[in-house]
Each structure stands twice: as C-alpha cells, then as structure tokens.
Ligand binder design. Structure first.
Ligand SMILES: Cc1cc2nc3c(=O)[nH]c(=O)nc-3n(C[C@H](O)[C@H](O)[C@H](O)COP(=O)(O)OP(=O)(O)OC[C@H]3O[C@@H](n4cnc5c(N)ncnc54)[C@H](O)[C@@H]3O)c2cc1C
Length: 457
C-alpha cells in the first residue's frame, strides 16, 4: 500500500489506531476457520462514525478491499482479508447506547461484546436471548453479519428474531438507517433483513436496535445419558414431534463427552454413547407438565434422566456444553467445525451418516450441537500439515454436505458461507439464485470493495 494512502488512514483515525507492522497485521490474517493466513495491508480501528464514513470513502475512491472484523471468531473464514487491503476493526465502537425498559429494546454499537450486552440487559431484569457459545468474545456486529444462533435458539430463535433496526455505511460512505423502534414497521425495504447474514459484503454496520424480552419465571435443566446415540437423537425428534419446545436441546457424542471430561472434570458419564442437555423454562406449572412428558419420552428410549438440583450444578452443565469446542481443539493441531443442519426429524439419520463417514475416511469426528434445531456440528480433528489425512478430511466434508443437502438440509445453520463453503453454495440454492445475489451485491457495492472473495467468490 502506498505511503500516501497509509498517511490518509492515519489522518482519519490517528496513528495509534492504525497498524501496518507485520506482527500487528498477523493477528488479523486469520480467524477461527483454519485457512492459510492472508495479511491485510493495514488495520484501522475507528472510534466514531465519522471516521468509519471517511475510511469507507477512502477505500471506495482508491478501490481498496475493505474487510470488517469484530472478534474474528467466525468459523467460515469471513474475516480473513483474502484480497489484502484494509481491515476495519469494530472493537472501539463498543457503547451500549440505551436499554429501554418500557419499549423493550436496546441500542448498541457494532463492537459491543454479546456477553456484555446480555449482562447489562439482565441487570435491568430483561433478556437478550441470542447466546452463541462464543458470546464471551463475539461482537453484536459479527452476530448480525452471521445471523448467529445459540443454545437457546430452539425456543427463542436467532439474531434475526431480535434485530429491529440497523445503521450502516454503504460503499459511497452514505449513512443508511433501516428499521426502527416500533415493533411493527413496514416503511420501505426490510434493510435489517438484508444486512442479516450479509457477512460483511454489503456495508459497515455500526449500530443496532435489538429487541429484548422478559426472562422466563423458572427453569429446569436435565442431563440425559444414553448408551446409544441413535436413541438420543430419536428422543430429540420425539420431543419436538410431541409439540414441546424446550429452550435448549443439545447433544454431545461419546467422543466429545470424554474430551470435555478429560479437560474439565465435571463428572460427565464417560461411558455414555451420548448425552442430551435439555432445559425447559417458563411458568413453573407449565414446566412441571413439560418435564413429565419429556421424562416419559426419554425413559421410553432408555435415557437415564438427571436433574440439576442447584444453580451451581446447572452452570456446570452449561459450561460443559460451551466448552465442547475448546476442549476438542486441545486434541489435535487443526480443528474443522462443520455446521451441517437438517430438518429435525432427520437428526438420527444424519448422526448415523456422520458415524459412517468418519469410519469410511478413517478420521476423528466429534459431534455435538443444537440437536433441537437439527443444527449439528460434526467436528473434525486433524493436522493440516498431514497432506494425506487432509485429502481424506476434504473428501469427508464433501460427503457430509452432499448427504446434508440430500436430506433437505442446509450448508450452514449459523456459521455462514464465507470462504469455507462458497464452493458448495450453488448446489444448495441454484444458479439463478446465485445470479440474483450477484446482481444485488454488484448494485450495492459497484467496485466490490466489501469483503471480496467471500460467499459468492
Ligand atoms: C468457540 C466458538 C463457539 C462458537 N459458537 C457459536 C454458536 O453457538 N452460534 C453461532 O452462531 N456461532 C458460533 N460461533 C461462530 C462465531 O462466534 C459467530 O459467527 C459470531 O457471530 C462472530 O462474531 P465476531 O464478532 O467474532 O465476528 P467476526 O468473526 O469478526 O466476523 C464475522 C463476519 O461478519 C462480518 N462483520 C463483523 N462485524 C461486522 C460489521 N460491524 N459490519 C459488517 N460486517 C461485519 C465480518 O466481515 C465477517 O464476514 C462460535 C465460534 C467459536 C470460535
């Protein structure tokens, strides 16, 4: 990048918020998806909207690729600057502007960490439900750009169910505001909807209005042990089919259970083939009724039901689930977390297929995930330096997605397409849909400065 352009960036954000030395740049050359690192030319950290506007205008004028980055926890390569250029960090745009307890919304900046918002809202006696397992570090901007879900998504939905308004800078540096504070709003196009799952391809989002809800009165958390994972997955389908919607319905396979237990020693049953983590919430009387029905279903499929008796026990169970990915990551140098999502009734079939694929390609796959949503995370443990094994891993991933699509599933339930899955996208949505998406992208971002090389390639 020319020295004069670096100077322009420095003039906008100040030298202390502009990074160009290779060590600094290296931190922004990768994210949570194991691809080869690609260095940006410059990283800038704006502290206000005026600076964002100027950065976008400069990038557009000089045709500099612009990749927005929150915490870089995405699992599809979305924040890797594949064409170099400028990485815009949102981490200094981290103000919770308002928590409105009368109209039940919050106004927050893009770089607010999800957990920080959840805690601030809880202090006011309200709930912001989307709770990705990465919420201690992920940002609201990243959550919107990926339409992130979480452990509570089964009952409470994902980020899209809470996004009421968005403010962003388009490629000309214009300040666009979509949506607003009323819960009913149909003036003009649905711009919040457009920006959801946009993976940084449509603009730099700086501010959001998010819906809040009253928290449930009571909760009950169960851990159910199974000696056969298929019976555990059948339990999931049966609970949903019986019209009960738990807040959470998560599955961990034996490999994941043993790994979490090895690193965290929280007393999980390492001999179980699978466990389900079920939480129901709502009015205490309704919970008791639902609990009886769930208990019956679990027992009919030979599940052994244990209830968390104290808050502490409950927290331990949640931690076990949240630690699943980080525990698996300790086992081998490379972890590839997939996001295959199928209709819920197909969870048992998908579980069986993943097992078969793991055996066929002789690779380790630990599976856990939001079973109640049909959103499974087959997690491949490998070493990207081992070329032979990586060949088998790639073939296994191709097969997992082939089978997912055959079961009317989708390539991504929550992690997005990014670089990781762009090669499969046409198979899921068809060429005409790809063409329409391209027209949309080209119309919004004529020079293609926003996050080039992602989703549509
Ligand atoms: C351990 C672990 C657990 C996880 N668990 C979950 C889970 O339970 N559910 C889930 O859905 N995901 C999960 N994820 C994935 C990830 O945390 C989410 O995708 C998250 O929303 C990314 O947020 P981020 O701030 O890290 O965004 P980044 O990774 O920095 O960015 C993600 C994408 O959004 C774009 N982007 C970011 N901010 C903006 C903005 N302000 N304007 C425009 N574009 C922007 C980026 O360009 C990029 O394409 C997990 C990841 C890890 C590592």
């Amino acid at each position: 990048m020319k020295k004069s352009i670096v100077k322009d960036f420095e003039n906008i954000v100040g030298k202390e918020h502009c990074f160009t030395n290779p060590l600094d740049l290296s931190f922004y050359s990768y994210d949570a998806y194991p691809e080869r690192p690609i260095f940006p030319d410059i990283v800038v950290q704006p502290t206000n909207y005026e600076q964002v506007e100027k950065i976008v205008k400069l990038c557009n004028k000089a045709s500099i690729p612009l990749t927005v980055r929150g915490a870089g926890t995405n699992l599809s390569g979305g924040s890797v600057p594949v064409k170099g250029g400028c990485v815009l960090l949102t981490t200094a745009l981290d103000r919770i502007i308002e928590i409105n307890t009368e109209d039940l919304y919050a106004i927050v900046q893009a770089g607010v960490v999800t957990q920080k918002l959840a805690d601030a809202v809880a202090e006011k006696g309200l709930l912001y439900p989307p709770d990705p397992a990465s919420m201690k570090v992920s940002t609201i901007g990243g959550n919107v750009a990926e339409n992130s879900g979480g452990l509570r998504a089964l009952k409470y939905g994902v980020t899209s169910n809470y996004l009421m308004g968005v403010k962003f800078f388009d490629s000309d540096g214009n300040f666009v505001a979509g949506g607003g504070k009323p819960v009913k709003l149909v003036s003009g196009f649905n711009l919040p909807g457009l920006m959801l799952s946009s993976e940084g391809l449509f603009g730099v989002m700086v501010e959001f209005i998010l819906k809040l809800i009253p928290p449930p009165e009571a909760k009950k958390t169960m851990l159910v042990y199974y000696s056969d994972i298929i019976k555990a997955s059948e339990t999931v389908s049966k609970i949903i089919a019986s019209r009960i919607l738990p807040a959470t319905l998560e599955i961990l396979d034996n490999f994941t259970i043993r790994t979490v237990e090895k690193f965290h020693r929280i007393g999980l049953p390492t001999s179980a083939d699978a466990i389900l983590l079920i939480e129901i919430d709502g009015h205490p009387a309704a919970i008791e009724d639902e609990y009886k029905k769930i208990y019956k279903i679990c027992r009919s499929l030979k599940g052994e039901v244990h209830i968390a008796r104290t808050e502490e026990e409950r927290d331990k169970l949640w931690q076990a689930r949240r630690d699943a990915l980080s525990s698996l990551a300790l086992l081998r140098p490379t972890l590839i977390l997939e996001d295959a999502t199928v209709p819920r009734s197909k969870v048992p079939e998908m579980m069986q297929l993943i097992r078969k694929i793991s055996k066929k390609y002789e690779i380790i796959i630990g599976t856990f995930g939001h079973a109640g949503d049909g959103n499974l995370h087959p997690t491949i443990l490998t070493d990207k330096r081992d070329k032979k094994e990586m060949k088998r891993v790639k073939a296994a991933i191709d097969e997992i997605f082939e089978e997912t699509l055959k079961l009317d599933g989708t390539l991504s339930g929550e992690h997005g397409i990014g670089i990781a899955k762009s090669k499969y996208l046409e198979r899921e949505i068809g060429l005409d849909t790809i063409k329409f998406m391209r027209k949309l992208k080209n119309g919004i971002d004529e020079k293609g400065i926003f996050n080039p090389g992602k989703v549509l390639r």
